[in-house]
Ligand binder design. Sequence first.
Ligand code: HEM
Length: 367
Amino acid sequence: MSTVTSSCSLLPQFCTNDIPSSSASKPYRFSANPRICRIRCQSTSTDEKRNKSRNALDNVSNLLTNFLSGGSIGNMPVAEGAVSDLFGKPLFFSLYDWFIEHGSVYKLAFGPKAFVVVSDPIVARYILRENAFPYDKGVLADILEPIMGKGLIPADLETWKQRRRVIAPGFHTLYLEAMVQMFANCSERTISKLENLLEAKDEIELDLEAEFSNLALDIIGLGVFNYDFGSVTKESPVIKAVYGTLFEAEHRSTFYIPYWKFPLARWLVPRQRKFANNLKIINDCLDGLIKNAKDTRQETHVEKLQQRDYKNLKDASLLRFLVDMRGVDVDDRQLRDDLMTMLIAGHETTTAVLTWAVYLLAQNVYG
Ligand code: HEM
């Protein structure tokens, strides 16, 4: 049984069992026929039983969590994890095991932290929409604040209300229509890349998550701040910095000691130094784009902004909209936080959805 290469916690649990392929250790496979793609999903162990035995550290960790978080919550099942479950494989795999064991809402006890893990869409809607205000973002805001500042996700309620009112009108019909066209153009680049690879060889192997990740990055860059990362076809320091930052954000979300808050960590710990450098590269890039947008500002009312000819505009981005909006003199730092939030929030999520979609389609084809 092979192991999964992805570090993304939202990715599917791939299975080779029902997919005919002679090379079980290789991730994805396309045939030379341009219309038919044979996709083989890389597997992680679905059969292998999770090692249930816990060591002293796990027991201390679970005791500590229960003590600090007040034990059980009503009838909610408690998944007491083995600390080792958090390392060496995407968190999703352990979450999935516990989901099978405990159902769609359970409390996860880990070290000083306790989480309630929700996989039920009705419960998620209740928490996120119908009854959102009693909940705060907890540890997520803590982790994301150094990256997103006061962007919509980690923002305090006052900032959130104010920025949400300003940003939401940016997602109007003409913008969305223009974006769909841009999605198609970017997807064409990915398709051409795959077709070129297929022309050179009978069969190719691809990490589709990486391909979708590049596609999503190109799309979010163009849609939000009219910047073409071009990551489907090239590498650049900015692209590397984005991936480095995402990687660190994910690592922080699964690591239960907030090591990034230790004094001097930024200067002493190499990975923190790298993270700070990456953040600087992205921030410099965003600052440049904001400056450029402000230098070419054409201030007007929201209604007029929403009527622009988005399909033919050179710059149809959300940044352009936010900068041009009359009566909203937002400071550069807030704008940067807003853009960074969209960049991070809109990238890995869509990558995971696309990867899942292909996985499920592949199951259907071969099932
Ligand atoms: C299928 C892909 C996506 C999924 C599954 C997803 C999921 C979510 C979820 C669950 C939240 C709520 C987080 C919370 O309140 O704690 C959220 C919020 C948010 N997402 Fe997404 N998202 C996706 C795509 C995007 C894209 C493409 C963008 C950017 C254009 C984006 C930007 C945001 C922002 C700004 C928020 C905060 C909204 C607010 O609090 O007002 N997301 N997303």
